[in-house]
Structures are given as structure tokens and as C-alpha cells.
Design a protein around this ligand. Structure first.
Ligand SMILES: Cc1ncc(COP(=O)(O)O)c(C=O)c1O
Length: 391
């Protein structure tokens, strides 16, 4: 039996079709539309009777398709659809699977954009969301109603890196006749495969680790053809497809995904360990540390623990701001997942829109710093953190 290619091989070669001109990778086709020689061929593609290149907004473009196939190989998913941003991917997926009268059950803390989508954009459409935080899971049975179509979760979460048991949630969702959607942006397919654990759909903001260089804005949804068919229709009609130029850049980034994330895992774990014993640090949140409340679940369902390390410092919010400002190698910026290390204070960026009470309920402290660890030398990163913490 032929050996199944491993992850790093799939990152480099996944989905590549031999090119008639011998190109090593699928070239960039910027064309908005594609030529046909007869009407029957055009209508066959138009009606979905056979695959073909037709119109780029539909995603029927060789560069977009090649990137989707590469992503599907990497995640181990039947199909992938790429979008112009992570939020486009999330909104299309929820709109495709929920109609007026349906409910969504959102578990744990989610990205601020997702929270606004669920609380501001979808309710006027008749789609309401119930929210349960990680310490309220005992209320799951009574919160899951007959009208709940989707259980939605991010794991690990931002910024406290709470880890949810995907297998357990899939069982609960399916018993209630609901689908489980997992935003796996923080974990990446290198560290976690939600579909293999029973999730129905996995989503990623490719703006983060999959793009990996802080220069590609995009999103991807991965699932079976049947679950993605309505998502494709929303993407087509709302015009949310990823541009071919972006798909081309993303495909190049994906070739080094396994190398980058494995390097980030190693550096983040080392920095988390060192921060945990630093006198200026009050608490470290990292799923790879035995002190993390969900460490056992993380060990079961993740191959690596990711490149984000969150920590709180003694001295309050002003002290955390001073430390970030004192960093020289690590840059102050609100994103994550790139090859360069970034730091942000959640109260000033990702969780700025929440009231102090809402932040307290989610365990987001003023003195919290979220560090997105890049691929720089770990000793250089530690030297920078040490000098900033000594301020
Ligand atoms: C976990 C998570 N999901 C989705 C998004 C949205 O992605 P984008 O900014 O590409 O729309 C973000 C953005 O930070 C995120 O952190």
C-alpha cells in the first residue's frame, strides 16, 4: 500500500496538478472569466454538471481551486472554500446553515468580530445566539433547544487559550440534532484537526498562521461537499470569494506552514515556561503548561500547543502597557500568527469593546499581555522580554 504523505509533504505538494507548461506550482490566473468554445460546455459548467473555469467570483478559477485543494489536503478535509477574510468565512457559514427562527449556541469567548456578528448582525435576521462560557457548560443540556442549529466554538480561545473538548461537544451537538462548527485559527491544522474529532465544519482566519507573514487577509471553511454547498451559494451571491492574487500568496505561505508552526510551538512553550518563573509575571496561560486548567484536554486533542502565550504581570494595566512599549524586538500590534513576534494588551485591542464586567466574566485582566510568538531565535526573544519586564 502506498504511504500516505505526512503533513509537511502535504503542505508543499497537496493538491498540485501537473502544469502543461511545467510550472512547479499553480500559476496566478488573474482572469475574471474564462473562454468556452461551445455553448454546451459552458452550460454544463454553469449548471454544475462538470467542473471547469468559468467566473472568478464563483471560485471557478485555477489559482483559487488549487489553493482550496491544498488547504483540504492539509486539514484532511473533503473540500475547502476560501474567502476574502476570516469574518467572511464565518458569516457565510452561519448564514448558510441558519434561517430565521434558528438559534446558535456559542461556547466560550469568541473573537470580537464573531461576537458582533452574532449579537448585532444576525438577530435582525431572526437568528439569535445563546452564550455559555467555559465554566457554565453544566447548563448545556437546557440551553440546547430544538431550535439550536449550530454549536459554535473557538478552541483554543483568545486570549486565555481555553481549550474545549471537541469530541465531547460533537457528541452533545449531534445528540441534539445540531452541527458543531469549530474556529481553529489559533491551533492551525498543524496542531489540531477538529473534523477528525467529530466536528462538522472547521474554519480558519488565514490572515493569521496560514498566511503566516502578516500580509494575507483571508479565510477558509472546510467540510464535506454537502455541508459546503450552501456555503458556496452564499459566497457566490454575497461576493465573498478570496481574490486570486491573495490565493496565490496564501498557497506559497502554506508550503512552509508545518515548519513555521512547529517552530512557533517550540519557542512558545519555552517562553511560557520561563515566564512562569519570572518574578514580574503573575500568571501564564499556555495549554502546554501543566498549570493550564485544560492541559489534559489539550494533550489529548492537540499535537502542539500553538504560538500564543498570554500572561498577566504584577502592577496592573499601566504596567502591562509599559512593558509592551519597552519591547524592542517584539512589535506592538493587534494581530497574531506571523513569523514576527507581536504583543498586545487585550483591554486596548481585542476586548476593548467589552464592559469591565464582561471582561471580568471572561477572565480578561487589565494587566494581561498576549504574545504571538514568531520564528525569531528564542534567546533573542527572551532577552527582549527580560529587559522589558525589568522596566
Ligand atoms: C479566532 C479568530 N477567528 C476569526 C478572526 C477573523 O479573521 P479576519 O480578521 O481574517 O476576518 C480572527 C481575527 O482576529 C480570530 O482571531
Amino acid at each position: 500500500m502506498a504511504r500516505a504523505p505526512s503533513l509537511s509533504t502535504r503542505c508543499v505538494h497537496g493538491g498540485h496538478e501537473p502544469d502543461p507548461n511545467g510550472a512547479l506550482h499553480t500559476p496566478l490566473y488573474t482572469d475574471t472569466t474564462f473562454a468556452f468554445s461551445d455553448t454546451a460546455s459552458l452550460t454544463a459548467v454553469m449548471d454544475g454538471q462538470r467542473p471547469g473555469n468559468l467566473y472568478t467570483r464563483f471560485g471557478h478559477n485555477p489559482t483559487i481551486r488549487a489553493t482550496e485543494t491544498q488547504l483540504a489536503h492539509i486539514e484532511g478535509a473533503p473540500t475547502a472554500l476560501v474567502f476574502g477574510s476570516g469574518m467572511a468565512a464565518i458569516s457565510a457559514t452561519l448564514l448558510a446553515h441558519c434561517a430565521a427562527g434558528d438559534r446558535i449556541l456559542c461556547l466560550g469567548d469568541v473573537y470580537g468580530g464573531t461576537f458582533e456578528l452574532l449579537t448585532k448582525v444576525m438577530p435582525p435576521m431572526g437568528i439569535e445566539t445563546d452564550f455559555l462560557l467555559g465554566d457554565e457548560l453544566a447548563q448545556l443540556p437546557e440551553t440546547l433547544t430544538k431550535r439550536t442549529r449550530v454549536l459554535y466554538v473557538e478552541t483554543p480561545t483568545n486570549p486565555t487559550l481555553e481549550v474545549f473538548d471537541i469530541q465531547k461537544l460533537a457528541t452533545i451537538a449531534h445528540a441534539a440534532g445540531a452541527l458543531l462548527f469549530v474556529d481553529g485559527t489559533f491551533a492551525t491544522p498543524v496542531n489540531q484537526n477538529p473534523l477528525a474529532l467529530g466536528a462538522d465544519i472547521v474554519l480558519h482566519s488565514t490572515t493569521k498562521y496560514l498566511g503566516g507573514h502578516s500580509d494575507v487577509t483571508g479565510g477558509v471553511v472546510l467540510a464535506t461537499d454537502a455541508l459546503l454547498a450552501p456555503v458556496w451559494a452564499v459566497r457566490k451571491n454575497l461576493g465573498q470569494v478570496m481574490a486570486p492574487e491573495v490565493a496565490f500568496s496564501l498557497a506559497r505561505s502554506l508550503r512552509t506552514l508545518a515548519l513555521r508552526v512547529e517552530a512557533q510551538n517550540i519557542r512558545a512553550l519555552e517562553l511560557a515556561r520561563r515566564l512562569e518563573s519570572h518574578p514580574a509575571v503573575a500568571r501564564v496561560y499556555y495549554p502546554g503548561l501543566s498549570s493550564h486548567p485544560n492541559h489534559d484536554v489539550a494533550v489529548r486533542q492537540m499535537r502542539g500547543f500553538g504560538g500564543i502565550v498570554t500572561f498577566t504581570v504584577h502592577g496592573g494595566g499601566d504596567k502591562a502597557a509599559q512593558i509592551i512599549e519597552a519591547l524592542k524586538l517584539v512589535t506592538m500590534a493587534p494581530s497574531l500568527g506571523g513569523v514576527e513576534s507581536l504583543a498586545t494588551q487585550p483591554i486596548t485591542t481585542t476586548h476593548r469593546g467589552l464592559t469591565p464586567e464582561e471582561r471580568a466574566r471572561r477572565g480578561i485582566a487589565d494587566a494581561m499581555i498576549r504574545l504571538s510568538v514568531g520564528i525569531e531565535d528564542v534567546e533573542d526573544l527572551w532577552a527582549d522580554l527580560e529587559q522589558a519586564l525589568a522596566q
